[in-house]
Design a binder for this molecule. Structure first.
Ligand code: HEC
Length: 125
């Protein structure tokens, strides 16, 4: 009797946990694709004021690891011509391995400005 009662509840539990797991998996996948999908508007990428704002942030925070002031090997030399704005945005916001994320330090507008600077003709690491 005990076993007969236990069986249906076991299956119900299994079905429920699979369903809950599926919901979480979907949410995780969605969050991941959204994270790399941060479109930076063209009017930001070409806006001199935003590029200037990005340069200030770059000079203050990024040259420590990137660029001429960093000791060799600390971080890779940036190759802006190979990057999509969305890639630069997600690296700055979320970081990657040895690269710290900045989404707690800078708001999305400020991060967009840094993207605009890195991808601009003014970029001088
Ligand atoms: C503590 C050191 C450090 C600081 C500070 C830092 N970075 Fe990085 N960054 C790294 C490292 C290390 C990588 C390489 C990560 C990897 O691919 O393993 C990297 C990678 C990147 C990449 C991707 C390069 C590529 O070709 O894959 C971009 C873009 C970038 N950083 C931009 C920035 C910007 C903009 C700032 C300032 C807001 C910044 N980083 C500050 C260490 C740093």
């Amino acid at each position: 009797m005990q076993i007969k009662q236990a069986r249906p509840s076991f299956w119900r539990l299994l079905v429920a946990s699979v369903a809950v797991g599926a919901v979480f998996a979907c949410a995780a996948v969605r969050a991941e694709t959204e994270g790399g999908d941060e479109a930076v508007p063209d009017e930001v990428l070409t806006n001199e004021e935003r590029i200037g704002e990005g340069k200030v942030i770059w000079d203050a925070n990024c040259t420590y690891c990137h660029g001429k002031k960093a000791y060799p090997g600390k971080a890779p030399k940036l190759r802006p011509r190979l990057y999509e704005p969305e890639f630069v945005y997600s690296r700055i916001a979320d970081g990657f391995r040895g690269m710290p994320g900045w989404s707690e330090t800078y708001n999305p507008d400020e991060i967009e400005s840094v993207v605009a600077y890195v991808l601009s003709p003014r970029f001088a690491p």
